[in-house]
Design a protein around this ligand. Structure first.
Ligand code: TYD
Length: 209
């Protein structure tokens, strides 16, 4: 879909080792000399990072619809000012969370509906869909972070109930079922290097590396 560069997103519930895998991917691209940029959502540009501050503030209550719109507008800003220009320059863009987080968190967990959240994200849907999405398929009830006994409630989303996070997981599973061509589910192994190899394998199968 993206003619010059490649757009990859990494998705999953909280505490499932997404950050560790992103670090390993960064090392891999550096070692291979692949021109890649790593970014995140919500965020990635100065304005989108400001919107992130609003979205993750524990002291602010936001309605589901406004929450979904704010994620979408931060995304539009990110697409126009970082993702698209980087893809046009032929880079690999790796984004920590993207539209599937909206579909899972706002669409399913906040009950707005996947189709409605796709509509709210029409700009991203029509202009900038990932070439490949890696879904780290782990139930948040079993997350590594919980196993280590360190449940840290840093932001508004992390402070949500167990039921909320279970619904997010259900949302990701539903997306993986709906879009199997784009979304590759990887069940993480205890050994982070095994998970990393599985991710690189998925890249190879899609012709990304
Ligand atoms: P972050 O600290 O980046 O989470 P993590 O380290 O788990 O990736 O916070 C982002 C939070 O925002 C996370 O709880 C998921 C949520 N989110 C949505 O609800 N909708 C979205 O569209 C995006 C991109 C994130």
């Amino acid at each position: 879909m993206n003619t010059k560069g490649k757009f990859i997103t990494v998705e999953g519930c909280e505490g499932v080792g997404k950050s560790t895998q992103l670090r390993l991917l960064n090392d891999y691209f550096e070692k291979e000399g692949i021109d890649a940029i790593f970014t995140r959502e919500p965020g990635g540009t100065p304005i989108a990072e400001r919107i992130r501050g609003i979205l993750l503030d524990k002291n602010l209550a936001v309605s589901p619809r406004i929450e979904a719109e704010l994620f979408a507008v931060a995304r539009m800003e990110h697409i126009n000012n970082l993702i698209k220009p980087s893809l046009e320059a032929g880079k690999v863009v790796v984004c920590d969370r993207y539209i599937d987080s909206s579909l899972a968190y706002q669409g399913v967990a906040r009950s707005l509906g996947i189709d409605n959240v796709y509509e709210i994200n029409a700009y991203a849907r029509d202009n900038c869909m990932p070439d490949l999405t890696i879904f780290i398929d782990m139930d948040p009830a079993n997350s590594w972070r919980k196993r280590n006994g360190t449940v840290i409630l840093n932001d508004r989303m992390e402070g949500e109930s167990h039921e909320f996070h279970a619904l997010c997981y259900k949302g990701f599973k539903e997306m993986a079922k709906r879009e199997p061509e784009r979304i590759v589910s990887i069940v993480p192994d205890e050994d982070k290097n095994v998970t990393h190899k599985a991710i690189i394998q998925a890249f190879k199968e899609k012709g990304i590396v």
